[in-house]
Ligand binder design. Structure first.
Ligand code: SAM
Ligand code: SF4
Length: 498
């Protein structure tokens, strides 16, 4: 996938629209104030108990924490206070999201890339990586497996940055995915929400993604620390432009996409600084657009084929610190979805659920084309990094049932216009939680009838019965209508939601 033609070279040269950076800068500066972050972390060393308790009270009232509060929580080392923080994080999660967990699958559509990120196996100079871009009919094959055999309703589609997978390809791939229907045991399988993880786009391109109805648009800053950013993203590459990436969510909001996903690739720089960077970014979006991140992701760097940086990390994040990151984020942004992916192993993923995670992937495969093509060799050479948890969706659902969680395949939010500021207000007031409970049961019923084994079904019925009882008690005003929908779903009707 070398860039042969002049046209492709021009594509690179015209990507970054300086005007779409400058318009957001204040006195030529971006909103990441390195000195301020460092000084807040330094000043919050050895926080006293009363201050921490006061901050936890704020979280329990579902309030976004200030940067100063977050710096304080990041510095807690007292084991009793740390224990209390973890318990409070779970309480906050239950208050906002109840016992629901949302699942999705990543779908890598292409691994051609013009960038050279030192941590990624897809980087341009990694000649050991076999390049592949899925055609629309190959995408269809993958999606038929995901929605027809496994039972996913949500995808995050992932692209490298390359002219062959530019905005036209993105738009066509998303349209193709939404158009697929696959017959299942009782109903029909279909992907109902396509989230996108792609390189930063311009406002004009983001408008096109908005028009085809994407869910969340995710771009991870990777590191908020400017010097580290420069070290791992060579200057002569598109990704080398820190501000073009930093302001992509401003552009997304302007383009009408108000469900945006922030993230950091942990292991590149000090984790406390990075959490402060994420919170600064979130506060900036709230201040400018009235709504912060819909989701936050916190991948840790995994080993990647022929990618030496991943084996030699000065800032490698330990499991203990990783749990602190999740706990502090849960407390800091109580209404924001937190995603943990199959980069992490099964044990950590389980522990993370109890700290406030709201979304996980399942049945994950990240080699290009590997849901429908199982050739082992092909998988190794076409994947971005090595996975820690390859369990199936059904295995995860069983684990969640055991933990008292119901897996929700609800995608109603954005299809009813409950996005951005609207959904955040509903989450804050507890209203969205009520819709979600109804939709969780309806969509879980669909999955159980279409995809569960007899053994899983038996366990699933118990949790469904418990949820229905709760709905009867807590939402008597909609119970009758809910039961009507529920029975219609049981009889094979699909995609009924509140
Ligand atoms: N190419 C686009 C970009 O860079 O924004 C989007 C897709 S990229 C394939 C998705 C994310 O994978 C990156 O943002 C990065 O955080 C993560 N990633 C890259 N290399 C990784 C590694 N070795 N281990 C874990 N995550 C990695
Ligand atoms: Fe390309 Fe994204 Fe990998 Fe960087 S992280 S090399 S931009 S695919």
């Amino acid at each position: 996938m070398e860039l042969k033609t002049e046209e492709h070279k021009n594509w690179i040269n015209q990507r970054i629209k300086q005007g779409q950076i400058d318009k957001y800068l204040a006195d030529g500066k971006n909103f990441i104030d390195e000195d301020k972050i460092n000084s807040l972390i330094e000043k919050a060393k050895s926080p006293d108990k009363d201050t921490v308790l006061r901050i936890l009270e704020k979280s329990l009232n579902i309030k976004t924490l200030s940067l100063k509060d977050v710096a304080c929580l990041l510095n807690v080392t007292d084991p009793d206070l740390w224990e209390l923080m973890q318990q409070t994080a779970l309480t906050v999660k239950k208050k906002v999201y109840d016992n629901r967990i949302v699942t999705f699958a990543p779908l890598y559509l292409g691994n051609a890339c013009v960038n050279n990120c030192l941590y990624c196996a897809f980087r341009k100079d990694n000649h050991a990586n076999q390049r592949k871009i899925l055609s629309l009919s190959e995408i269809e094959k993958e999606v038929r497996v995901l929605c027809g055999k496994i039972g996913h309703k949500r995808l995050v589609v992932v692209y490298g940055e390359h002219p062959s997978t530019g905005i036209d390809y993105m738009v066509n791939s998303v349209k193709t995915i939404y158009g697929i229907r696959e017959k299942t045991v009782k109903g029909v399988g279909q992907i109902r929400r396509v989230n996108v993880n792609a390189a930063p786009l311009s406002i004009e391109e983001l408008k096109r993604l908005h028009e085809v109805g994407i869910g969340t648009y995710q771009v991870f800053q990777e590191t908020y620390h400017p010097q580290t950013y420069r070290n791992v993203h060579p200057e002569n590459t598109l990704k080398g432009n820190y501000n073009w990436r930093l302001y992509v969510m401003h552009r997304a909001m302007e383009a009408g996409i108000d469900d945006v996903g922030l993230g950091v690739l942990f292991g590149l720089y000090d984790w406390k600084f990075e959490v402060m960077g994420l919170i600064t970014h979130n506060l900036e979006l709230e201040a400018k657009f009235g709504v912060g991140a819909h989701t936050i992701s916190f991948p840790r760097i995994e080993p990647a084929d022929n990618t030496p940086l991943t084996a030699n990390l000065k800032y490698k994040v330990s499991d203990e610190d990783f749990k602190k990151i999740i706990t502090v984020l849960r407390l800091a942004v109580p209404h924001t979805g937190l995603i943990i992916t199959a980069r992490e192993n099964a044990e950590i993923r389980k522990q993370a659920i109890a700290l406030g995670i709201t979304q996980t992937d399942a049945s994950t495969k990240i080699a290009i084309g590997s849901y429908s093509d199982k050739t082992e060799q092909q998988q190794g050479q076409r994947q971005q990094f090595i996975l820690g948890d390859t369990r199936s969706l059904e295995e995860l659902i069983n684990e969640y049932i055991q933990m008292g969680y119901i897996t929700s395949f609800c995608t109603a939010g954005y299809r009813c216009g409950r996005t951005g500021e609207c959904i955040m207000d509903m989450l804050r007031s507890g209203k969205e939680g009520k819709f979600c409970k109804l939709n969780a049961v309806l969509t879980f019923r669909e999955w159980v009838d279409d995809f569960a084994s007899e053994k899983t079904k038996a366990k699933a019925e118990e949790i469904i019965a418990k949820e229905i009882q709760e709905i009867k008690q807590t939402l008597p005003q909609v119970f009758e209508q809910f039961m009507e929908y529920y029975n219609r779903v049981k009889n094979g009707e699909r995609d009924l939601y509140f």
